[in-house]
Write a protein that binds this ligand. Structure first.
Ligand code: G3P
Ligand code: MG
Length: 245
């Protein structure tokens, strides 16, 4: 069961002010007062779950090529902070294990997005769930999510008690049936595609709606007015201040 959902979730940590999906970004989200963070998890060549968004290394690290071409040892040698700002030189791509320990210590809730490299849906979900089962404290707020239905099916089967969010960008015609089949607890939708009408349709399924990614407080208020329960934001502190929260 998902008992509480936050209004604001730090997207990839606090992506506006720190390099996304790094430990520094998680610390920054906590410093800004975020109650929850969202991070993306993918596998290395040796099947270790790590935090990274893109399929390839270029944008957010000093490396090149597909993420699953590198072992964890090779990945650890890359700089994942300098591209954002020289102040963050030396940040690395964190393992999920290290990230969970920090998120736990920071007292944050977590939305873990399973972000498999193409063809690795099942393996990524299995590894992420095994790590969560080993390290995430019982009772601490947790939501698993994915755009990839096979990941959510694995989650349903291996960890039925962990709530699942169905991520939608361009929803398939049968999204509602899929949401039922995977036992989705939330619908996590692209904010740009939403109107009062679309939010009403999603809410009519009885599920809370979360919207990504919202950095404009006026847009956040509009979405909340339509009944969106919470938004993913790159700037949790700035948005909270603007919203008076
Ligand atoms: O989980 C919300 C959001 O992170 C989904 O899109 O591409 O930013 O991972 P993306
Ligand atoms: Mg994400």
């Amino acid at each position: 069961m998902l008992s509480t959902l936050p209004r604001l979730i730090g997207h990839r940590g606090a992506k506006e002010n720190a390099p996304e999906n790094t430990l520094a970004s998680l610390r920054e989200a906590a410093r800004q007062g975020a109650a929850w963070v969202e991070v993306d998890v993918m596998l290395t060549r040796d099947r270790v779950p790590v935090l990274i968004h893109d399929d390839t290394l270029e944008r957010t690290t000093s490396g090149t090529g597909p993420v699953p071409d590198l072992t964890l040892a090779e990945l650890r040698r890359l700089d994942a902070g300098s591209w954002f700002d020289p102040r963050f030189a030396g940040e690395t791509v964190p393992t999920l294990e290290d990230a969970l320990a920090l998120i736990r210590d920071l007292g944050l809730g977590l939305n873990l997005e399973i972000k498999p490299y193409p063809g690795q849906d099942v393996a990524t979900a299995e590894a992420a769930i095994a790590t969560l089962k080993r390290l995430w404290p019982a009772g601490r707020p947790l939501l698993l999510s994915s755009f990839e239905v096979p990941c959510l099916e694995v989650a349903r089967d291996l960890a039925p008690d962990i709530p699942r969010g169905y991520l939608l960008w361009d929803p398939p015609a049968d999204w509602a049936a899929i949401a039922d089949r995977i036992g989705a607890a939330t619908l996590n939708v692209d904010q740009e595609r939403q109107t009062a009408g679309t939010v009403a349709v999603y809410r009519a399924t009885g599920r809370p709606v979360l919207a990504y990614t919202v950095n404009d407080p006026r847009r956040a208020n509009e979405l909340f007015d339509w009944g969106v329960a919470g938004v993913f934001t790159d700037a949790p502190g700035r948005l909270a201040a603007a919203l008076g929260q």
